[in-house]
Design a protein around this ligand. Sequence first.
Ligand code: PLP
Length: 393
Amino acid sequence: MKLAKRVESLTPSTTLAITAKANALKAEGHNVLALGAGEPDFNTPLHIIEAAYQSMKEGYTKYTPSGGLLPLKKAIVNKLKQDQGLSYDTSEIIVGTGAKHSLYSLFQAVVEEGDEVIIPIPYWVSYPEQVKLAGGIPVFVEGKEENQFKITAADLESAVSERTKALIINSPSNPTGSLYAKEELQAIGEVCLKNDILIVSDEIYEKLIYDGAKHISIAEISPELKEQTIIINGLSKSHSMTGWRIGFAAGNAKIIKAMTNLDSHSTSNPTTTSQYAAIAAYNGPQEPVEEMRTAFEGRLNKVYERLISLPGVTCVKPHGAFYLFPNVKEAVKVTGFTTVDEWVEAILEEEKVALVPGSGFGAPDNVRLSYATSLETIMEALDRIESFIERHS
Ligand code: PLP
């Protein structure tokens, strides 16, 4: 059976490939330290789980409206007002099956065959594939390491063409943890307004910010930029709810309506129980979110110092998310390897430490390691990487 072209050109997720290999080693009985995780290691706060259970007992186990329950849309409207100071109508909100799915529907709704979507490098692995699935062309712009992996307005301007449809901004970023400042976003926003480029602002790591830094949504900067932006967010990272699969998009009502029509023919609606859990997550106490953030920040500071003490490793200190994205070019060279991919594979085989090579994020000199795992695990992993480097040098 011949497969459709659209799936034949898909690049398999590097993150999943490493995880599969690490799991196979675990199954053979090895003590594998996995630093590949893209999800918080805490359980979902109990009041959220209880609200979900309660809703099921009350019989809310049927279909919901396609774009999500009205009370959940209202809770999201409140969240956007409180956190971003932005006013939306419920007709400007769609609830999706995770932020990943909200992004997918968005690209399906707005990208025409041959449209270009500008994606800063390093990027989250799914952006280019989702753009391609919608018939679009990913146009990559490098965020330089010297500029904390962020693109500038000038970088953006040089990539704009007549076919540019959208720009993706992910702040804080997966994989770098970089956070755009207001002035940087303002300058980028001006280029988008001038060229009528839709801004896709993926704010999924919004709540995980460190060093007293502040998250700014590009939509907050001016009413014009709010009009030009679709905000993507969700509960996976903020409330440790990856498995519940709830995300949302907020913006232009016409786009939201088109996405709702699309979803009505694919998912029908996000899981009903998860939507009730999401209402409790947004309307209930937010202390657990802050507790998790504090735990991540404590780990980051310890792990970062240890990481940059490794020979041949440098790292831009992240301000958000739960990843470190060190440059290991020198360490790879001194240990006699040619590519970071081979180096990562050897570390997994010899030291049983799973890292994600930066090639999957468009940055072949780097690796991604997640500190969404216990401090002991990360510290032990770094000890093993150090002995690997020493043994091969
Ligand atoms: N956007 C970024 C940058 C992510 O890292 C992720 C998850 O890893 C998502 C979106 C998707 O999150 P969700 O679990 O809500 O689909």
